[in-house]
Design a protein around this ligand. Sequence first.
Ligand code: PEP
Ligand code: MG
Length: 315
Amino acid sequence: RHRRRAAGLTGPGRTADGHPVKLLVNLGAPHELQAAAAADSEGVGLFRTEFLFLDRTEAPSVAEQTDAYARVFAAFAGRRVIVRTLDAGADKPLPFATAADEQNPALGVRGLRTASRDPGLLDDQLLALARAAGDSAAEVWVMAPMVSLPGEAADFAERVRAHGLPRAGAMVEVPAAALRADELARACDFLSIGTNDLSQYAFAADRTLASLAGLLDPWQPALLDLVHLTATAGARHDRPVGVCGEAAADPALALVLTGLGVTSLSAAPAAVPEVRTALAAHPLADCRALAELARTAPDAAAARARVRERLADRD
Ligand code: PEP
Ligand code: MG
């Protein structure tokens, strides 16, 4: 019944009782730009900027970066674009930004950590982002990957603001960041949970190993606990908390994430309509009940099954 009524829905994400959940798209490469901009969304929740830096021996110039960012901001005029600064290292190695001699690159100098090794890299990127944002009608927010400490978020926010960019955020991808989400929220303007890395680090399971898919399952109740910690901390400080990892693309899990207190969901453009439809069919109280069911399940399979059963009962 709900599904039929919700078919063909457009516009901002809302639960059946009108609680807003921003629906955003992930963007990772120039060839994805057209489809991402054409999607019915409120903007980009995760603009992965690595594509500009890959397959090179040195970083792109400020001018080249400015051009590339300007193209994206122009396509999203009037909408929000959350840019993630360079996330080099581990599964995204770069010869000029990552050390080749690390034994455990996923635990090494990666993400925001590369900026302390080479501050010029981040400064150039922020300069290019500020120039492109200044000439555009997009609402540009900037966030850092792989933040582990509130102090890192505070330093990053200071650098972002020094460039005249209005909003600085921290990705929550490390369990310590989720456990200190209150301090993290205080240190910056918004939080965004990267469930791919948060799973990897919470379960000590390499995200690139297919044989560990069970541990990396985004329905793992312990992962949902970390999302809940982060979302409730964000709410206490009146900060938006998004999910931009792959978990946000599963409509049933999107309901659970909403019930956990997440305020935006960012996924591949193709996943957004189904997520919008699912939200529109369920009031926030139901999302909260589903979240509780999932979080108190003994394992990921049980969490998924419990939520699917409850949803099937309703339809
Ligand atoms: C994540 O870790 O969930 C995330 C969104 O970032 P990436 O997949 O690019 O590491
Ligand atoms: Mg990540």
